[in-house]
Design a protein around this ligand. Sequence first.
Ligand code: SF4
Length: 351
Amino acid sequence: MIVNGNNRHSDALLEMESVSVNFPVKRAYPFSKRQWIQAVTDVSLRVSMGETFGIVGESGCGKSTLANAMIGMIRPTSGTVRFQGDDLFSLNRQAFKAARRNMQMVFQDPFSSLNPRFTVYDIIREPLYIRGGVSESDMKGKVLELLNLVGLDEEDLQRYPSDFSGGQRQRIGIARAIILNPSFLVCDEPVSGLDVSVHAQILNLLMEIQQSLNLTYVFISHNLAVVKNICQHMHVMYLGKTMEAGAADSVFSNPLHPYTKALLSAILDIDVSRPRERVLLKGDTPSPIDPPSGCRFWQRCPFAMEGCKTIPAELVNVEPDHHVACHLISGFSSEQKAAGFAQPLSPQHGE
Ligand code: SF4
């Protein structure tokens, strides 16, 4: 089931259907059993043209792996990725390269993603230079145009990344990401490596660029406050799986999954008249090599029941454009209840 709410096939730019990504773990001994990191499991989503689609979750929940599968950097173990209606991994080499040029990424760490030995000019023009077919003067004109768009000056062209602040380096990274005129941009935690004082500037810049160039964004973040402000749809991920998905307004106004509630309770709220109870999750995220059976969140969930340990929670539609994977919402059958699956676990169950 593809989720981001409405069944708007016509305006879908990117669709993922039942995508799973597993990575092999290096064997400790030559004949030991092969193990797999289950980075992403059975994720389906649809990103509409022109929207900003948020993916949130803690570190290690599979957000970045999912993003890399979206833009063809990682081939999923199973499932399909369709970009502009085409199955990305069934395209021939030439068509795949063309699609890849149409999808770009803004990285979290603007310093390590920029070559320290290249000048700003070399960094920004590099994708155009590799693609070829553009004269040096046209290339320079395009770089200057983008430099202006991201708020840097012509004098910056011959400087090096080390001459800039984190926020300025991210501007350079954004200019490089859009030089091939992509229609789809994945922003992988684009502000989390930056000083808090420049978060708003970079976010505003991304929003302005989206409007002026008519871009579609997937915005990956562990910061729900940011996602709340800029995204129209979102997925909340935990240990490689989608826990809650839908219109950002619905998820924020009516969070239903215990994990989403815990994440939301951690957002600083400036409205002191509405004190919010902080939900503290116990324990660490389990290993993706051997994720828990049943609901992946059961070991940390304060509402876990017997059945959550063994029965996977499927995403169910709870209201228009809002899906949740939780037995509290979908309920157990009368046979399962009779078998004791609805019995709450002890508060110490995950310890
Ligand atoms: Fe908690 Fe069970 Fe819901 Fe998972 S399915 S979130 S363990 S109540």
